[in-house]
Design a protein. Structure first.
Length: 369
């Protein structure tokens, strides 16, 4: 019997164990992407989708939803390109608007069936710049930009998106604010996770082609909640009405919702904005919260304009479009009565515990005075 036990132990030790790739079953995934201006998505070295609008399109700000099937571990890669009209790195050549453009990409990937979050765009992604131009920005108004503007192309190995590629020399992707990127059009159709951020190369304007990659062993514990109908009535064409800002009547925005899950016991409503870079002499602060309400009855179907209190109206400093986000979370419980109406704390609770979630993003452009 002793020898039998030894023999069994040897068999167990010497029998090859299945690798992770071999035992991992294929799953369906969904990627939601917005890019200024174009992208292609690669999974384990294979292209699974790309922007449906050609990079030769001068103004392209659509969003894309790409579905694919793969098995963990995943090596995820993106090529992202900003539109340029020639090797000069400029756009609108020969017109009064001739200029240096800018890029930006934001995405989130989840397991389709479980809704578990796989990855979002953030600084954990590795990045390599493929093209930079113009290296001498002073050529921006040149009448012969293809001669005067200098550029740099960096070759990338053909297997850059495969799991075997070594990316130790790559940099970390750089995060940019919505003020800096200026999202528009299709961006507002995606129910964004709050952890997803705009990323690009080191220079939003001069880097025109970037490569991104990341290895993911499994999904995170976070689950992207199912969505339901939610609308901000104090907005038109993705723009907030002036009456809900300090430039108008400072009234709280009107909101409506429907199809709340039957198991919901309460709702959380949040309106916030991510501030732009701190100006000279200022200290960068966190998100600004204008509405932070919790334990809203799930039998309600919204608030009329001016009905939400307390409310601090947007009053951004300086002209230009600013981005304002609305979140509605359905909860399967009531929060403690001593829960503070703290926007950051409520956001964390909603993102981690909600059974359903709806998001809208709107812009407001304050006129120069």
């Amino acid at each position: 019997m002793k020898y039998l036990r030894v023999l069994i132990a040897l068999i167990l030790v010497l029998t090859p164990q299945s690798s992770e790739a071999a035992t991992s079953k294929s799953l369906a995934f969904t990627a939601e992407v917005w890019a200024d201006n174009w992208f292609a998505l690669y999974i384990n070295g294979k292209k699974v989708g790309e922007d449906s609008v050609s990079i030769t399109t001068q103004k392209s700000f659509n969003s894309e939803t790409i579905k694919f099937v793969a098995a963990y571990p995943l090596t995820i890669g993106f090529i992202a390109k900003d539109y340029v009209q020639s090797k000069s790195g400029l756009e609108y050549l020969g017109t009064p608007n001739q200029q240096i453009g800018d890029g930006g990409i934001k995405f989130q990937i989840r397991e389709t069936a479980s809704n578990k979050l796989v990855s979002v765009s953030d600084s954990t992604w590795k990045m390599k710049v493929g093209n930079s131009a113009p290296l001498n920005p002073e050529c921006e108004k040149s009448t012969q930009p293809d001669i005067d503007c200098k550029f740099l192309n960096t070759s990338i190995a053909s297997n850059w998106s495969s799991s075997s590629y070594i990316d130790k020399s790559w940099s970390s992707a750089k995060i940019f604010t919505s003020d800096e990127v200026g999202p528009k059009d299709g961006y507002f159709s995606i129910n964004w996770q709050s952890s997803a951020q705009f990323i690009w190369g080191n220079d939003l304007k001069l880097d025109n082609i970037i490569y991104l990659r990341k290895k993911v062993l499994t999904a995170t514990s976070a689950v992207i909640a199912s969505t339901f109908d939610f609308k901000v009535t104090s907005a038109t064409n993705n723009l907030l009405n002036i009456d809900v800002t300090c430039d108008g009547l400072s009234k709280s925005p009107g909101v409506t919702w429907s199809s709340v899950p039957s198991t919901a016991k309460s709702l959380i409503l949040i309106m916030d904005t991510i501030p732009g870079p701190a100006r000279p002499g200022e200290t960068q602060t966190g998100n600004h919260y204008y509405i932070s309400k919790f334990n809203i009855s799930p039998t309600m179907n919204g608030f009329t304009e001016g009905a939400i209190t307390p409310y601090s109206p947007p009053c951004s400093q300086g002209p230009g479009a600013k981005e304002y986000r609305f979140f509605l979370f359905a909860m399967d419980k009531l929060l403690p009565t001593d829960q503070k109406s703290d926007g950051a704390a409520l956001m964390e609770i909603g993102e981690s515990q909600a059974i359903a979630k709806a998001t809208h993003i709107y812009a407001y452009s304050r006129s120069a005075k």
